[in-house]
Design a protein around this ligand. Sequence first.
Ligand code: FMN
Length: 264
Amino acid sequence: MKDHPVRNSIYNVYFSPTKATQKIAYEVADAIAADRDLTSIAINLTKPKSRPVRAGGQENDVFLFAFPVYSGRVPAVLIDCIDQFEGDGAKAVVVGVYGNRHYDDALLEAADLLGERGFKVIAAGAFIGEHSMAPRVGAGRPDADDLAVAAQFGHDVAALIEQGATETPAIKGNRPYRDGMPDTGARPATTDACTKCGICVKLCPMGIIDADDPAQVADGCLQCNACVKGCPQDAKRFEGEQAAAIVAMLEGNCLERKEPELFL
Ligand SMILES: Cc1cc2nc3c(=O)[nH]c(=O)nc-3n(C[C@H](O)[C@H](O)[C@H](O)COP(=O)(O)O)c2cc1C
């Protein structure tokens, strides 16, 4: 009988309502997997039924945790998920994708939380995605240049692992973290153009859009904009002064291109 060496894994764990984070996560994970000959296992936390999930690793596994930055923080909906992760000494890489305003304390917060769960966080990266609330901000990102940076980041992480790195680099951010997003009860409005096709029902990461009447949206909306961006009839939108003020602030201050920042 032949002995087969145990193949270790990279867990590509991501939450990505409007898919910017997903693009970066795959680029990073695929580069690490190729260089380290790891089996890539994707864990998509976006659908409500997929959360929380028990996920973890062993010493020679790599755990990529990728999320969109919400209000400069890790989305609150992911905190219960992180509580289910078991590091057991596995190496972890943090990826935060933000909408060209700032990532503030989100990378640091994610690294702290994963450290508490027993992971050795060896690298972190902040990448830019189109702002889900204001599509002119970070429009079209991540683009080809961003994806190339993400792939190179993955190769650099693989080289670090080869060298046996276990230390956490200095990651930008402050403790205590900035205040997270207040729950304002905001939720999308639905126009007469809605055909009740059900696409938004499937896209909603909170499962709160009524399947029979998609105009009915229950409490707990993240304002992630998956329904707004995914509606083929353009029938969902955030209305009112507060939504307009956020878009005006972002378009007024955050149109200048930012570049990814890497911590290794
Ligand atoms: C509720 C909410 C809060 C956000 N907060 C920030 C923020 O603090 N800074 C920023 O630059 N972008 C912010 N964004 C933009 C997202 O981080 C960005 O659009 C990201 O690419 C979305 O990732 P996804 O496509 O994987 O859903 C926010 C978006 C939402 C929906």
